[in-house]
Each structure stands twice: as C-alpha cells, then as structure tokens.
Design a protein around this ligand. Structure first.
Ligand SMILES: [Zn+2]
Length: 65
C-alpha cells in the first residue's frame, strides 16, 4: 500500500492566471509637487484611479488608460 503525494497547493495555477490577466495600473506623479504617488483605490466603473502623494499628501484622480 503506497501513499500518493498530494498535489502542492501552489501547483493549481487558475488563480495565478486570473491575476496575470488583470490590467496593470500604476500610480502617476503628483500634480502638485511631481512626487511619487501611491495607488489608493481603483474605480473600474468610472475607469479612474485615486492616488495619494507620498511627499505632500495630495489626493487626485486620473483616468485609467
Ligand atoms: Zn505631492
């Protein structure tokens, strides 16, 4: 009687494929100071992304290309 090895949890690639199919949305630069922004939220219905500036804290929205 032999014990079969269980398939590894990460060998199921369905979830990974879905993640790779997601559009890559990168934060743009702050309109006030030109600093790096980080992505706050993405509104797929309105096709906008909300960002916050790391340097000055300004929040702004821009369209997702
Ligand atoms: Zn800024």
């Amino acid at each position: 009687m032999s014990i079969r090895p269980q398939p590894l949890p990460w060998s199921r690639s369905n979830d990974l494929v879905e993640i790779l199919d997601e559009p890559v949305v990168l934060p743009s630069l702050c309109p006030d100071c030109g600093g790096d922004g980080y992505l706050d939220s993405i509104n797929l219905a309105r096709e906008t992304k909300a960002q916050t500036c790391k340097a000055c804290g300004t929040r702004w929205e821009s369209r997702i290309d």
